[in-house]
Design a protein around this ligand. Structure first.
Ligand code: FCB
Length: 443
């Protein structure tokens, strides 16, 4: 299997700032909506917060050393907007820039290519106070923040991702209320989705105008949906889910239009987003690559009790992970080949794939055989997509470390490295040793 991947393939792990950094009050960092949300009673399992998380802000050198030891040649991280601009706009915080300079230089010294996500959900609280993403002004504040980052790091960082999973941020944060900022309103959600995409377009424009040497893309999480049965109503239900989660983002980015079926559904409920002339052209500017996060398949059945969508996911068949997500490696192959067939043949990076299991630390390690098995099967699916002609350039495992898994707090462990949160000790799980061997054979 190993020889199926080209020698210059990027092998990395992925993380996100709020999930690992901690140091939330240090060096001038402003608050983000995740600070506010995690400190709101009842929102996060066990009342956990990202205040300390993996203390990566202070321990990034140790963590980079681990990546180097494993033999990884790339690392996807995200930048905390409110470390750079504590209020989201205006005053620049030099110490924030300094941190990402140190991170970048340490990675490069270790032979690891940084890939930075500019927005992984931790919106500065100051901007939420202005109405959050439903306020169109944020698209320009995002552009300005990105331009600052490009100016300071653009000479050394070759991979940029504007947004992580705009769909998850939109729906969990603004429709279902289970993520920050905890809102539950359709109109706010559709407007948020549109503004996120406009913000993406403006950031790409700023990157192009600056003439920076690297490449830029966006990360979408594409779920693989299947109908629960071969009837028109189940098929339509699955199509609506696909429309809401996948096509609502893929179509404007690659076809310069919103999907007609979902647009009509929204129109019937009067919550289509407001748009300006030229928005779709801005959103659909050519990208250098597409990042795909893939986790699971969902089997969808028609469900008249669910407003608007009239669709629900059936409880997944085994095997499932600790998140209750079905383990379905073929879905990765389906998603990758579908993108090529229906949308684009630009280079693709799998920017996240991985699993949480009930890991137990014993004798300084974790026997996470199910994670090794999970990774093997998904690597195999990726290799099959490559063989089928998908221009796949890299694979980032979620995640390097166990971390703050949003509303699940620290309960769910996704890392190939185990974190003992009481001591901040890092322990290699068996999957990390396995990965090291896998990569050694590749070289
Ligand atoms: C993705 C997120 C990432 C992590 C994984 C498990 O949706 O991008 O931050 O939480 O799920």
């Amino acid at each position: 299997m190993k020889s199926l991947f080209p020698p210059d393939f990027l092998w990395g792990t992925a993380t996100a700032s709020y999930q690992i950094e901690g140091a939330v009050h240090e060096d001038g960092r402003g608050l983000s909506i995740w600070d506010t949300f995690s400190h709101t009673p009842g929102k996060i399992a066990n009342g956990d917060t990202g205040d300390v998380a993996c203390d990566h802000y202070h321990r990034f050198e140790t963590d980079i050393h681990i990546m180097k030891e494993i033999g990884l040649n790339a690392y996807r991280a995200s930048i905390t907007w409110s470390r750079i601009l504590p209020d989201g706009k205006g005053q620049l915080n030099r110490k924030g820039i300094d941190f990402y300079n140190r991170l970048t230089d340490t990675l490069l010294d270790a032979g690891i290519q940084p890939m930075y996500t500019l927005f992984h959900w931790d919106l500065p609280e100051g901007l939420q106070k202005l109405g959050g993403w439903a306020n169109r002004d944020l698209t320009e504040y995002f552009r300005d923040y990105c331009a600052i980052i490009f100016q300071h790091l653009g000479d050394r960082v070759h991979y940029w991702i504007t947004l992580n999973e705009p769909s998850v941020h939109t729906y969990l944060g603004h429709l279902y209320g289970t993520h920050a900022p905890g809102l539950t309103d359709w109109k706010t959600a559709t407007q948020t989705a549109h503004h996120l995409l406009v913000a993406h377009g403006l950031a790409v424009q700023a990157f192009r105008e600056g003439g920076f040497p690297g490449s830029i893309g966006i990360t979408l999480n594409i779920n693989h949906f299947e109908a629960a049965g071969d009837t028109a109503e189940h098929r339509q239900a699955a199509q609506r889910m696909d429309g809401l989660w996948n096509r609502w983002y893929l179509d404007p980015l690659f076809k310069q239009s919103y999907p007609a079926d979902i647009w009509e559904l929204y129109e019937n409920h009067r919550f289509t987003p407001s748009m300006k002339a030229g928005d779709l052209a801005l959103i659909s500017q050519p990208l250098d690559f597409l990042g795909i996060n893939y986790y699971y398949r969902e089997i969808i059945h028609a469900d008249p009790t669910i407003p608007v969508l009239q669709a629900s996911a059936s409880s997944p068949p085994p095997p499932i992970t600790a998140m209750g997500w079905e383990i379905f490696p073929d879905g990765l192959y389906h998603v990758l080949t579908r993108i090529k067939r229906e949308y684009t043949s630009i280079p693709i990076y799998i920017t996240e794939n991985g699993a949480a299991f009930p890991d137990v630390l014993q004798n300084g390690t974790v026997q996470d055989t199910p994670r090794i098995d999970y990774l093997k099967k998904h690597f195999q699916a990726a290799a099959e997509a490559l063989a089928a002609g998908v221009d796949l350039r890299g694979y980032f495992i979620w995640s390097l470390l166990d971390n703050f898994e949003w509303a699940c707090g620290y309960e769910k462990r996704f890392g190939i490295i185990y974190i003992d949160y009481a001591t901040q000790q890092r322990y290699w799980k068996q999957s990390a040793y396995w990965l090291k061997d896998f990569l050694a054979v590749l070289r």
